[in-house]
Design a binder for this molecule. Sequence first.
Ligand code: ADP
Length: 268
Amino acid sequence: VYSVYSTPVFDENQRIGTIFVYRDRTRESELDRMKSELVSTVSHELRTPLSSVLGFTELLLKKELKPERQKKYITTIHKEAKRLTNLINDFLDLQRMESGSQPYRMENVQLDQLVLETIYQFRHVATHELLFEDTAGGAAVQADGERMQQVLTNLISNAVKFSPAGGKVKVTLAAKDDTLQLSVSDEGLGIPESEKARLFQKFQRIDQSDRRNIGGTGLGLAICREIVEKHGGRISVESEEGKGSVFNVELPLRESGQAVDGREQAAN
Ligand code: ADP
């Protein structure tokens, strides 16, 4: 994509030619396109829960309804308002991370402790069998503990959300060569081959009838990827539809690869 500017050139009032300036705007127009795509996706994502809130409040205001029906509508309004709040929070969080306006607080983190704390939080809400297998021997990584917990929470929450009650959700930690490998596996719906690559992009959800009623913002995995990559790591997924999924996170180990007592502030 080019834009062209032209200026006539005069020599003592006599027009002797024209200067043409060609500017390559390929990259700018690509950025413009991405920006407007993001704006339209965000406004669509915000409008959907909002129209539901508006629709149901109008029904409640206009009609005399039986208490059970009122409660049903109010429950939907509450669910959608919550979804809206999560969406805005996740979106702002991701924007802040991407723009680098919130620096990471790197410290010496023992992931086994973090996994145990996170699983413990899910014990109260999930009806799943939550398992932890650790062969990493207390290996530590340089990481922002809070951000890493966000990754764990998102992955475990997805494993729970997209698998049936009573199913197994297993977190494993293992040290291999100079990386720490964390995986979260489930026995749930799985992910179609064609969707795997794009799931880590913003607002990508799988549009299948058995998933439509499962809440979410489509930002969780994009947040995970952003955090893992900022730690010099990688995130990927293996899955078979109908059988389950395994999300793998690979993080570089500390040079020493040794466990350190407690958390210490990193030199940087
Ligand atoms: P959200 O869960 O809020 O929809 P995510 O970015 O975390 O957004 O996930 C995107 C989509 O990937 C989900 O909507 C779901 O369809 C699919 N997905 C994520 N984790 C799993 C999983 N463990 N099993 C099956 N599908 C999953």
